[in-house]
Design a protein around this ligand. Structure first.
Ligand code: ACO
Length: 329
């Protein structure tokens, strides 16, 4: 097997305190707790309140990850924030985090790869630390999807939530523990199935010709579902086959948390028992780029990952993009 690259020294997460339950949504749109639970597995999600923002969530998650890693902000070489809901189009969330942390030496940029953003960012960090294993890189997935949600559209508003997760990455201590492989994919031919058009430069704000719905996430859910199950299985198998590992050798699968039925499909295809698959979608819904780092942080806290474990992270999102990262913990 290939030598390990990026090693995670510490993780952290930040969730807004405001909880929006399925019962709350029943009062907002024509839906039911039963429909949402059966079709998605979601029971509640977190929504930002006054004074909370993407960069604040990202900074809080980063501080926790740095503290667990025992790394000072001044030691960071690079900050990558995966997000599709930045505070502003300019500057990036990453520079706001850099400033808030006082990470003066660090370069900083945002990365846009929707729900696969964290795994894309982790794979970039992997390349940087393979070049120089002493580097310290902060990789964050952070989203405020609630501000890009059409709260009158029952087909999307029940799905998403806000939150952030972070990981401090450096080189493998021994060539054994750390990232073993990364696989990134995209297919722009199906971009129209899942969009957030406003306020891109083609969709300027307050243009009366643009329908209101285009300023929010729009999704053809059934079509996206079909693509997601196919792509997530394929990229999971690609990671395992490249590493010469059988699915049964995995200790933990951390899939993107978009829909419990997608997660269950993947679990069955890999013939994994439920205890080997991490699920927290019932608490947070789909937090896009934040979903995998939040899950990773919770898995660690719950003792679901121990030294030497083999963990596979798999994602799928708008674009479409999909990715996997295989790690020896
Ligand atoms: N409450 C009640 N009924 C609803 C709701 C709701 N919230 N939403 C839709 N319905 C209705 C529909 O109108 C439809 O009614 P009809 O049969 O009378 O037309 C019926 O329920 C079935 O709708 P479908 O869209 O076919 O439902 P489906 O089982 O496909 O579930 C869902 C929808 C949950 C969106 C699913 O398709 C899904 O999870 N898709 C994938 C999402 C995903 O993976 N996204 C990835 C990335 S997200 C990102 O990149 C930001």
């Amino acid at each position: 097997m290939r030598k390990a690259g990026a090693f995670i020294l510490g993780t952290g997460r930040a969730l807004p305190s405001r909880v929006l339950t399925n019962q709350d949504l029943e009062r907002m749109v024509d839906t039911s707790d039963e429909w949402i639970t059966q079709r998605t597995g979601i029971k509640e999600r977190r929504i930002v309140g006054e004074g909370e923002s993407n960069s604040r969530l990202a900074t809080t998650a980063a501080r926790r990850a740095l503290s667990r890693a025992g790394v000072s902000p001044e030691d960071l070489d690079l900050i990558i924030v995966a997000t599709l809901t930045p505070d502003y189009l300019m500057p990036s969330v990453a520079v706001l985090v850099q400033q808030a942390l006082g990470a003066r030496r660090a370069g900083a940029f945002d990365l846009s790869a929707t729900c696969s953003g964290f795994l894309y960012a982790l794979s970039i960090a992997d390349k940087f630390v393979r070049e120089d294993p002493k580097r310290k890189i902060l990789v964050i997935g952070s989203e405020v999807l609630s501000h890009k949600t059409n709260w009158e559209d029952r087909t999307t508003c029940v799905l998403f939530g806000d939150g952030a997760g972070a990981a401090v990455v450096t080189g493998s201590p021994d060539g054994e523990r750390g990232v073993l492989s990364t696989h990134l994919h995209a297919d722009g031919s199906l971009w129209h199935l899942l969009t957030l058009k406003g306020c891109g430069s083609l969709y300027p704000p307050c243009d009366p010709r643009i329908p209101r719905e285009d300023y929010f996430i729009r999704m053809q859910g059934r079509e996206v579902f079909k693509q997601a199950v196919r792509a997530m299985e394929a990229v999971a198998m690609e990671a395992l086959e490249t590493a010469g590992v059988a699915p049964g050798e995995l200790d933990l699968l951390i899939p993107h948390q978009a829909n419990i039925r997608i997660i269950e499909y993947l679990r069955e295809r890999l013939e994994l028992p439920p205890e080997k698959v991490f699920v927290n979608i019932h608490r947070y819904g789909n937090t896009s780029a934040a979903s995998i780092p939040i899950a990773l942080d919770e898995a660690l806290e719950e003792g679901r990952l121990k030294e030497g474990d083999l963990v596979l992270m798999v994602s799928f999102g708008g674009g479409f993009t999909w990715a996997s990262v295989l790690m020896r913990w």
